[in-house]
Design a binder for this molecule. Sequence first.
Ligand SMILES: [Fe+2]
Length: 198
Amino acid sequence: MTTGPSPLSTALDETHDPPLRPLPAAVAELLRDVGAPLRLVAHLRAVHDVAAQLVDWVGAHRPELAVDGGAVLFGAATHDVGKTLHPAELSAPGSRHEEAGRALLLARGVPPELARFAAGHASWDAAAGVEDLLVSLADKAWKNKRVPDLEDLLVAALSRAGGRPPWEEFLALDEFLTRVGEDADRRLAWQAAHPVRG
Ligand SMILES: [Fe+2]
């Protein structure tokens, strides 16, 4: 008997095209327990992988900027979990998954400071923390979508932390995001290969 892909295998099994870091095991189990569709698990894994690249890049490029990398990775790995309850939002726009996702995580004992990403990933302003900016940016950069006002907020944070002019930080971020974007088609194809239902 063969078994098809499951939330756990989609979250954790080694991938080659493209290579994607596995989701944290605790998140993979949570996604299994809530019955997350495979398309959603694949999306969370793709965004989590890009978030990890972003955290590594910020740490190497501007170590003066304090970033809670664990929070960013958890946030990226769970940001759309509310789409388990609103699966129509997997293939059409909608924001009902945002508050639903936070409530789902809180109900499972996730602390509010980690559950917040599920509710806040789709909006940003000057008051946003750098962790929130990085989760929102990963949710765009995985598919090579560039969002100038979001990038400007991260550029400002990098500039403040390192004392370098914003244009210099923009050039560095632009080069990094361009490199990340080169794998976007492979990430999109991998995600699309996972069914919306199931
Ligand atoms: Fe997303």
